[in-house]
Design a protein around this ligand. Structure first.
Ligand code: NAD
Length: 482
């Protein structure tokens, strides 16, 4: 095995784990073991949280540095992440099956460095204290303090990017952070630990505790944690929200989705295939914001089904590390079983499979499923209501624009979505009517400069954009005489 680690990165040091338990990581494409790391136990979480608290309380510590000094470190950090981006892309792709072509462009490599620079730039400009003339005489000082110790819990689908959605603003704000990665994708966090060790952050500012959901639940409820930042499934999000409600602990939740890709009657469907692929099947369908309900006007229904069928059947399925691969395997055997369960359900409920529906020929090793298109699907079908998280689309017919908007909004979720049209203004007016946190007109990719997140069961709060720095800051007001 290539990636074997025997120590945990806690409090800025490599430390011996408290238990003998280990996590073995398998390649999604070859099913071979590619790495092994220690699994953290509750005692390791205790140690990480204690170190994080000590860092916050240290009067000379990270939380109290001049923002420009923190920004200098973030710039250096960004430089190293950019330099080593292909190592991260390779590791992520091998673990979770993300096609290396998308891992290497933006998906897992563009965001980390970009976010560190962006939040570093913001704190250089943002005053820590602002003095206001009091309404009753005297002055009022409004401070932005770091929120404290952050617990960051991350899923396996974009392990680095979704981590940096939290890590970059948290560090910029002066917080300490304890990271709990997914067991499926722990190896990239050990590479990150190497980078952090060399970076020379003060001790305790970042710790990494690899483990499963029980360890995550333990961290969420830890008395030393001040804020929880979670990305993952809606089921886990509800459990975390309920724990945080009891503790009155601030939490941001980025959860699942079942977004709509609305093809308007004037769309150039054939000419939009490249964009449609990204917006509906990126990362083998293992992406929260995808428009997996494709809404097609009745007048052009057959044509849309044909274009999507060609798109899916023509997508090259293969080893995630091959640069020509468009669709790699599912991240784990258990996850493939879940996706296949949905395909069976779609068939049982009367959906018509126009391509796919099984496992690709000649791919007996690796957790592959064929890109699959279901036609003649109603919005009430299970495959239209629930998140599948695989390369499986439902094509749903609609009568007119009002009907399309009504179907798009008839969902428990509201995270992403797209409108496809040759008339951008028309697309914008439809986009404004869709109940969702983010949406694209003829394109979709979360842009770091703007808030990203969901409504309804897709979550609470926003990441990205200058707005998200506020997740990691709290105001403190000091009244004083003039
Ligand atoms: P998951 O919820 O099973 O796990 C996510 C992380 O949470 C893992 O680290 C896991 O160990 C941990 N965890 C699980 N249950 C927990 C609990 N009760 N308490 C604390 N920690 C817990 O999700 P997954 O299968 O790893 O990821 C796929 C899901 O993530 C999909 O539903 C997808 O839509 C969602 N997702 C959302 C976004 C977004 O930004 N909205 C982005 C990516 C993925």
């Amino acid at each position: 095995m290539k990636h074997v680690h025997d120590a945990l990165f806690i409090g800025g040091e490599w430390t011996a784990p408290s238990t003998d338990a280990t996590i073995t990581v398998l390649s999604a494409s070859t099913e071979e073991a590619i790495g092994q790391v220690p699994e953290a136990g509750p005692a390791d979480v205790d140690k990480a949280v204690a170190a994080a608290r000590a860092a916050i309380r240290d009067p000379q510590g990270w939380a109290h540095w001049e923002p420009s000094a923190r920004a200098d470190v973030l710039d250096r950090f960004a430089g190293v992440m950019a330099e080593r981006s292909s190592e991260f892309a390779q590791l992520v792709s091998a673990q979770n099956g993300m096609p290396i072509a998308s891992a290497a462009i933006q998906a897992e490599t563009g965001y980390p460095a970009g976010l560190l620079q962006m939040y570093g730039g913001i704190i250089r400009e943002q005053p820590v204290e602002e003095t206001r003339q009091g309404a009753f005489g005297g002055n009022v000082v409004v401070r932005r303090d770091p929120v404290g110790v952050v617990a960051a819990i991350v899923p396996w689908n974009y392990p680095q990017t979704l981590l940096f959605f939290k890590l970059a603003p948290a560090l910029a704000a002066g917080c300490s952070i304890v990271i709990k990665p997914s067991p499926e994708t722990v190896l990239d966090t050990f590479l990150l630990a190497e980078v952090l060790k060399d970076l020379g952050l003060p001790p305790g500012v970042v710790s990494i505790v690899p483990g499963g959901r029980d360890l995550g639940a333990y961290l969420v409820k830890h008395p030393g944690v001040d804020k929880v930042a979670f990305t993952g499934s809606t089921v886990a999000g509800r459990a975390i929200a309920s724990a945080c409600a009891e503790l009155l602990r601030p939490v941001t939740l980025e959860l699942g989705g079942k977004s709509a890709a609305i093809i308007l009657a004037d769309a150039d469907v054939a000419g939009s295939v490249e964009g449609l692929f990204v917006a509906t099947m990126m990362n083998n369908g293992q992406t929260c914001f995808l428009g997996t309900r494709v809404l097609a006007p009745r007048s052009r229904y057959a044509e849309v089904v044909d274009v999507l069928t060609d798109m899916a059947s023509g997508a090259v399925v293969g080893d995630s590390l091959d640069t020509g691969t468009a669709i790699g395997p599912m991240a784990s055997s258990a996850h493939r079983a879940r996706v296949e369960g949905y395909i069976a359900k779609g068939k049982a409920e009367g959906g018509r499979v126009t391509t796919g529906g099984g496992r690709p020929n000649g791919r007996d090793v690796g957790w592959f499923v064929e890109p699959t298109i279901f036609a003649d699907v109603d919005n009430s079908a299970t495959i239209s209501r629930e998140e599948i998280f695989g390369p499986v689309l439902s094509v749903i017919p609609y009568a007119d624009e009002d009907d399309a908007v009504a179907i798009a909004n008839d969902s428990d979720f509201g995270l992403g979505g797209t409108i496809w049209t040759t008339d951008t203004d028309r697309g914008m007016s439809v986009a404004r009517r869709v109940e969702t946190g983010t949406i694209g007109v003829n394109t979709y990719l979360p842009d770091p400069v703007a808030p990203f997140g969901g409504v309804k069961a897709s979550g609470i709060g926003r990441e990205l954009g200058p707005e998200a720095l506020g997740n990691y800051q709290q105001f403190k007001t000091i009244y004083r005489t003039a």
